[in-house]
Ligand binder design. Structure first.
Ligand code: WQD
Length: 336
């Protein structure tokens, strides 16, 4: 298929582009490059040995998206475009609602106008009202979530569901990511957070690289094996392959699927895995809990296996090894 990736120059999008091309699909990217670099796509194209045309622009611009859908004869859209920093969303809610809802609605309107019926949405485990172990897709989705970022993801899931109810031709998948980590094994593309990383893995990578003094562990008094938070860390290449599986399984209606491993790891276990990869101890200190954090959040991944024939195959050690290769070869990310 000819697939448009909105926000496709980002971390998940660039890895998904490689996975799509490896399966013989064609890829076009629309990205405003606010939170991404065209270097990621240049490298992804080199890894895949194929062209990845980039259109620089806003996915909320219906006329622009319509022209891209027409000119590139797009069959399907994977929608990554959006802002994703949880803390920032609390400080700037209007920007988050404007961008995240605007790009989703704009893209869906353009698709309806051009008769493009296949839509895969980058959702998140953040939508679950009550995080916990082995979360199933039928668990309650929150409205009173901790942050505007999570609320935009839940709202977009409802927008897609309503659009599919109104137009039976729409074939949609809502992919609820758990914690994406790692990088392509080449070390040429990876996670390139701007400023101080919010997420655990890139922060530890920067401690290992000497960019950050030490890891601050947000609480060790949770009801978990070592008292630190437990999350379901999924290798970004497994995640990318999950998008391809979802795209190829699309049918009329809406399919909601967790993309996770089903395995949990504590903060200290992730830190130890990184120490094994770099061959030395890494400094950390335990500080207060981060407001809004849950003790445990892991996926029940069984529906993805049943419906998509997909499961995560890479381990936490694989992800740490690949993240470290990316970090150590690209200490300044794509900024060279
Ligand atoms: C993981 C664990 C922290 C940083 C968020 C979003 C989610 C998704 C992934 C976009 C927790 C601990 C972290 C640090 C720490 N993003 N931690 N020190 O909060 O599970 O999920 O990112 O879709 O939507 O909610 O990920 O990596 O921030 O935290 O101790 O410096 O690491 O307390 O237990 P989280 P995270």
């Amino acid at each position: 298929m000819r697939v448009l990736l909105t926000g496709g120059a980002g971390y998940i999008g660039s890895h998904t582009a490689i996975a799509l091309l490896a399966r013989g699909h064609r890829v076009v990217v629309l990205d405003d490059l606010v939170n991404a670099s065209e270097v990621a796509l240049e490298r992804a194209a080199r890894i895949a040995g194929a062209e990845i045309p980039l259109v620089v622009g806003d996915a909320a611009d219906v006329d622009l998206v319509r022209s891209v859908l027409r000119e590139h004869r797009i069959d399907a859209v994977i929608h990554f475009a959006g802002l994703k920093a949880v803390g920032e969303s609390v400080a700037e809610p209007l920007r988050y609602y404007g961008v995240n809802l605007g790009t989703a609605i704009g893209t869906l309107q353009a698709m309806a106008a051009e008769g493009v019926e296949r839509f895969v949405f980058s959702s998140s485990a953040t939508v679950y009202e009550q995080p916990g172990p082995l979360l199933r897709e039928d668990a309650p989705v929150g409205i009173a979530l901790e942050n505007p970022y999570g609320r935009t993801k839940a709202m977009i899931e409802s927008i897609v569901t309503d659009a599919a109810a109104a137009d039976g031709r729409l074939q949609a998948a809502l992919l609820r990511y758990f914690n994406p980590v790692g990088a392509h094994e080449s070390g040429d593309i990876g996670e390139d957070p701007k400023g101080i990383p919010n997420n655990l893995m890139p922060y530890i990578a920067q401690v290992a690289a000497g960019e950050r003094e030490r890891l601050r562990v947000f609480g060790d008094d949770y009801d978990t094996p070592d008292g630190t938070g437990v999350r379901d860390y999924i290798h970004v290449v497994d995640l990318a392959e999950g998008h391809v599986a979802a795209l190829e399984a699309l049918a009329p209606g809406v399919l909601t699927v967790n993309l996770g491993t089903g395995q949990g790891a504590t903060v200290l276990e992730v830190l130890r895995a990184f120490e094994r990869a770099v061959g030395r101890e890494l400094p950390f200190e335990v500080v207060d809990r981060r407001p809004g954090d849950a003790a445990v959040s892991t996926a029940d991944p069984s529906r993805a296996h049943e419906v998509l024939g997909w499961r995560a195959r890479r381990t936490l050690d694989d992800a740490v090894r690949d993240a470290w290769r990316w970090q150590s070869r690209n200490p300044r990310g794509y900024r060279g």
